[in-house]
Design a protein around this ligand. Structure first.
Ligand SMILES: Nc1ncnc2c1ncn2[C@@H]1O[C@H](COP(=O)(O)OP(=O)(O)O)[C@@H](O)[C@H]1O
Ligand SMILES: [Mg+2]
Length: 205
């Protein structure tokens, strides 16, 4: 039996036995033909990224994907979202899990995969930490794109896990540093991205 387990702005998620069916939904404000093209492209892109990532990083295995029908069938990762575990973890557990997150983000970046939506809602903890939802992802070797990916994760941690933010993000960076090919380039660019952010904030005042 198929049960709907989530519906976001982009997709409906069905659970069917032990598989997940991710179906891209129509956006009525777009021209139908353009909308179809965009949804087909995102489906293809997400499937491609999951396939590229799977050898290096825990992600759901693709069972079937069809860009025409705009559907991806993938392995169901049964576990809790990292988002819901952070609060009840000990400091040591948090350090360990976020260091592992950082290592995995670096592995994605070493493959030139930019996730595009790194939040603790898109990480499922089973025996490992699985990354899901590559719907905003893309391939890029640019240091800028990698720095922005980290910056978005940093912002997500600051807003969702404010009280544990410092220790979580410093552990992410510790793990990231251990795995990423060129740490100093990304670190430098991250500082620039943040300066740009602060400048923009000031401009709004
Ligand atoms: N492979 C999966 N295994 C387990 N749960 C999943 C899986 N894919 C999606 N989900 C669940 O569905 C929710 C929405 O899926 P997601 O791919 O993040 O789409 P959206 O773009 O709508 O955020 C996730 O937060 C998660 O709870
Ligand atoms: Mg999501």
């Amino acid at each position: 039996m198929k049960t709907k387990i989530a519906q976001g702005a982009e997709a409906i998620i069905w659970l069917d036995g032990n598989k997940i069916v991710k179906e891209r939904i129509k956006k009525l404000y777009r021209h139908p033909e353009i909308d179809k093209r965009i949804r087909q492209k995102t489906t293809r892109q997400e499937a491609k990224l999951l396939e590229k990532a799977v050898s290096e990083v825990p992600v759901p295995k693709i069972l079937k994907s069809c860009d025409k029908a705009m559907v991806i069938e993938m392995e169901f990762i049964e576990g809790n979202k990292l988002r819901d575990l952070v609060e009840s973890m000990t400091k040591e557990e948090r350090k360990d899990v976020f260091k592992r997150v950082g290592k995995k983000v670096a592995k994605l970046h070493n493959l030139d995969i930019i996730h595009g939506d790194l939040t603790t809602s898109n990480m499922i903890v089973r025996e490992k930490v699985y990354f899901i939802d590559f719907g905003l992802g893309f391939v890029s070797s640019k240091v800028e794109d990698k720095a922005v990916d980290l910056h978005l994760l940093k912002q997500a941690l600051a807003s969702k896990h404010h009280r544990q933010f410092e220790e979580c993000f410093s552990s992410v960076m510790e793990g990231y540093k251990q795995e990423i090919k060129d740490f100093s380039a990304v670190e430098k660019r991250l500082k620039k991205v943040e300066e740009r952010g602060r400048y923009k904030e000031k401009g709004k005042e």
